[in-house]
Design a protein around this ligand. Structure first.
Ligand SMILES: *[C@@H]1O[C@H](CO)[C@@H](O)[C@H](O)[C@H]1NC(C)=O
Length: 258
C-alpha cells in the first residue's frame, strides 16, 4: 500500500514537471518562430518585450504601452548607432530570393551554341527558419514564361535563332512549415506537436496506471493505455470501451468514473 502511494506521488511530480516543461518549450518555440520573422532590431526588441513575463503584464494599460514603445524605439536607435562602417543586420528570414537558372542549350546543334540570356532570374524560397525541422517552402508560386530567348552560334554571329519560350516556377510566397506530419508521428505511436514540430508521446485521459503506457493505436486518432499483452476478455492489448482502462496490473479493464 505504501509503495503504491509513494509511486503515485512520484508519478504526479513527474507529470507536473512534464506539463511545465512542455509549456516552457512551447513558449520558446513561439518566440523562435516570431524572431525568425522579425525584419529589424526594433521588431526583435518588440518581440522580446511582449513575450517576457514582465512585458506581458506591463503592456495592459494604454499609457504603459505607449511608454514601452517609446523605450523600444530609443533602444533600437541607440543599438543601431554604431560606427560608420558597420551595417545594421537584416534578418535573412524565409522569403522569395533571386536565383539564376541556366537556360538549357541543345548540344546536338553544336558545341558553339550559346543562349542569350544564359541564365534567367527567378525567385525561390530560402533563408533561415526558427529550427531545422521547419523548412522554408513555397506556399504560392506562379509560372513565368520567358521569351524571346536567343540561340546564338559563335561560329557565325551573323545568324541567330529564336529559342522556344521557357517556363519556370517563380515562388511568390514562402513559409517556415513543419516538415513532419501527423501520420509520420502516428507510425511511431506518437502525436504531432505542431508548435514544436516534434513527435511527442500522447497523453491519455484518464492517465494510464503503472503497467500500461499511453500510445497511439492503429486506425484511431485517440491514444489508449496499452499493456504489453492482450488483456483478458479483450481483443487486443487495450480496452475497447472508451470509459475503461487497464487496471494497475494489466489483468483486466476497469471502468473509470467521472
Ligand atoms: C517572381 O516573384 C517575385 C516575388 O516573389 C517578384 O518580385 C518577381 O518580379 C517575380 N519574377 C518574375 C519574373 O515574374
Amino acid at each position: 500500500m505504501r509503495t503504491v502511494f509513494l509511486s503515485t506521488i512520484v508519478f504526479l511530480v513527474l507529470l507536473i514537471n512534464h506539463v511545465h516543461c512542455n509549456e516552457d518549450e512551447h513558449h520558446k518555440a513561439l518566440v523562435r518562430a516570431q524572431l525568425a520573422r522579425a525584419k529589424s532590431i526594433q521588431e526583435a526588441l518588440i518581440i522580446l518585450k511582449t513575450s517576457s513575463k514582465a512585458g506581458r503584464m506591463s503592456m495592459v494599460a494604454p499609457e504603459a504601452l505607449k511608454k514601452e514603445q517609446q523605450e523600444i524605439f530609443t533602444t533600437a536607435r541607440r543599438l543601431n548607432k554604431n560606427g560608420r562602417s558597420l551595417t545594421e543586420p537584416r534578418n535573412g528570414g524565409c522569403e522569395p530570393r533571386v536565383i539564376c537558372e541556366p537556360v538549357p542549350v541543345d548540344r546536338s546543334s553544336g558545341n558553339n551554341m550559346i543562349s542569350y540570356p544564359q541564365c534567367l532570374e527567378v525567385h525561390r524560397c530560402g533563408g533561415c527558419c526558427q529550427e531545422a525541422q521547419f523548412p522554408c517552402v513555397a506556399v504560392e508560386e506562379k509560372p513565368v514564361t520567358f521569351s524571346p530567348l536567343l540561340l546564338i552560334s559563335l561560329d557565325d554571329t551573323d545568324k541567330y535563332e529564336i529559342n522556344r519560350p521557357w517556363t519556370l516556377m517563380n515562388h511568390t510566397k514562402c513559409e517556415c512549415k513543419c516538415g513532419k506530419t501527423e501520420n509520420q508521428c502516428q507510425r511511431e505511436g506518437k502525436v504531432l506537436d505542431a508548435t514544436l514540430c516534434q513527435c511527442i508521446k500522447p497523453r491519455c485521459t484518464p492517465e494510464c496506471l503503472i503497467s500500461s503506457t499511453c500510445s497511439m493505436i492503429p486506425d484511431s486518432n485517440e491514444p489508449k493505455c496499452t499493456c504489453r499483452r492482450r488483456l483478458p476478455g479483450q481483443t487486443s492489448n487495450y480496452c475497447s470501451n472508451a470509459n475503461q482502462r487497464p487496471n494497475a496490473m494489466c489483468t483486466r479493464c476497469e471502468t473509470v468514473s467521472g
